[in-house]
Design a protein around this ligand. Structure first.
Ligand SMILES: *Cc1c(COP(=O)(O)O)cnc(C)c1O
Length: 461
């Protein structure tokens, strides 16, 4: 490959041939296209020599940071030993066996088996087919409905989009029957004046009401992210998950924790369900499983479900060409070894997590900020037009968020904007010094955005 093409030529070819995902391709200007050329640790470099702090760990996935030789070496040696073989033909291989045992050891005690794909999206396809098939095998084929939440993100495949709660995705051929949505636990956006704890209970009871409305005998499962990620890092009030747990306890339905972001240390435990003390029957994982070096997804299956699929005759007619890909498994093993060796999970709980959270929450003193929240290393800043009534939104929703995101990028920090919420999810290896840099750029971003919004008369001075 010719890596010496000039930035201008690369941008033109990118515009000509490359269909970007989740992008208004027609509106994307040539000079807005950044060519990323190199990455190391928490840093990225673009083709014009700018160094940028990767505050999103790629897309929430590069938990151990970029460029780790342990993973690169593991991938290289697996490639030369056995670059590919399938797991359909009564065949297996050491990396998939080793990784499965590792994952079952790391996961909460109810988990017993692992089913592989290559992403979070296909993992949730597996989940939907698995829960419906499980109930059919249990002699309850009428249990088909899956309850999810508004604003959830469960991937971009047909099932992922339908399970998710993004209306824009539903509008583009993204619904399938038998999926219902309830409210999300987004306290700040609720104008009713409830306290966070009251609101958390209220939001949880939407689940109870939906179960009663449809009938528990028709419901297969409830699926949720411990913290909604792509929806804007919506951290539920403390009262939410205990109430959901109470509701799920008496009901004969399965709980799926979508741990694609929260898994592998992001919230200060190995899995988000541990941070919020829930008891899932299935967990979807991907992203941080390999820190994004190569694609891999894994669905963790509880003993209760595994036992049914272990009954001779109960074959699951499902699988992917790359289920348990040996190279991906080798990368995951090396990645998990780094997380263990460098104690990154407890580092998030006891060291860099609290360190960054304290400084991040102090950003709440800024005139533009209605809320500054962070759990583990997953944070959000809500930009609001009037700090005194933070549930009020900007009239032109999303404009302030986009302005802020662009300032941040220009100043050397990648934050993402969801509506008017800036979100952050840096590598778990972030140093204290890098955290200081991050906060400095975040504050400058808020100042720059504040001035721009006043100048454009989008908010009052
Ligand atoms: C990213 C994400 C997915 C989809 O994963 P892909 O690997 O992009 O298919 C599913 N669930 C959650 C919570 C995610 O954040």
């Amino acid at each position: 490959m010719n890596v010496n093409l000039s930035t201008a030529i690369l941008r033109e070819k990118d515009a000509a041939f490359h269909f970007h995902p989740f992008t208004d391709n027609g509106a994307l200007k040539l000079d807005e296209r950044r060519i990323i050329v190199r990455a190391d640790g928490v840093w990225l470099w673009d083709s014009e020599g700018n160094r940028i702090l990767d505050g999103m760990a790629g897309l929430w996935c590069v938990n151990v940071g970029h460029g780790r030789p342990e993973i690169i070496d593991a991938v290289r040696s697996q490639m030369s030993e056995l670059s590919y073989y399938n797991t359909f033909f009564k065949t297996s291989h050491q990396p998939v066996i080793e990784l499965s045992e590792m994952l079952v050891d790391l996961a909460p005690p109810q988990f017993e088996m692992v089913f592989y794909g290559t992403s979070g999206s296909d993992g949730n396809d597996t989940v939907l087919r698995m829960v419906r098939t499980y109930w059919a095998m249990m002699g309850k084929p009428e249990k088909q409905v899956i309850i999810s939440r508004h604003n959830a993100y469960h991937g971009s495949s047909m099932v992922g989009a339908a399970l998710g709660g993004m209306s824009g995705m539903h509008e583009q051929a993204g619904t399938i029957p038998g999926i219902e949505h309830i409210a999300q636990p987004y306290w700040l956006a609720d104008p009713s004046g409830m306290t966070p704890d009251e609101f958390g209970i209220h939001a949880a009871r939407a689940l109870e009401a939906k179960i009663d409305e449809i009938g528990g005998d028709k419901i297969a499962a409830f699926i949720a992210e411990p913290i909604q990620g792509a929806g804007g890092v919506i951290i539920p009030p403390d009262s939410y998950w205990p109430e959901v747990k109470r509701i799920l306890k008496d009901r004969d339905i399965l709980f799926v924790s979508d741990e694609v972001i929260c898994g592998f240390g992001r919230t200060g435990n190995w899995f988000g369900c541990e941070t919020f003390d829930t008891e899932p029957d299935l967990m979807t994982t991907a992203k941080g499983l390999t820190s994004g070096y190569v694609p891999l997804g894994a669905v963790m299956v509880s003993k209760e479900i595994a036992e049914v699929f272990r009954i001779p005759g109960n074959e699951f007619n499902h699988g992917y060409t790359y289920s348990g890909h040996p190279v991906s498994c080798a990368a995951a093993i090396a990645n998990l070894k780094i997380i263990k060796k460098e104690k990154l999970v407890s580092r998030v709980a006891d060291d860099i997590g609290p360190y960054l959270q304290k400084k991040w929450r102090q950003l709440a003193d800024h005139p533009l900020i209605g809320e500054a929240v962070m759990t583990g290393l997953m944070g959000a800043l809500e930009l609001v037009p009037d700090k005194k009534s933070p549930s009020r939104r900007f009239e032109n929703e999303g404009a302030a968020g986009t302005i802020a995101r662009d300032f941040s990028f220009k100043s050397g920090l990648i934050m993402r904007a969801v509506r008017d919420r800036l979100i952050l999810s840096p590598p778990l290896t972030l140093s204290h010094e890098e955290a200081d840099t991050l906060i400095r750029i975040a504050r400058k971003t808020l100042d720059d955005t504040h001035h721009a919004l006043i100048k454009q008369e989008l908010m009052k001075a």
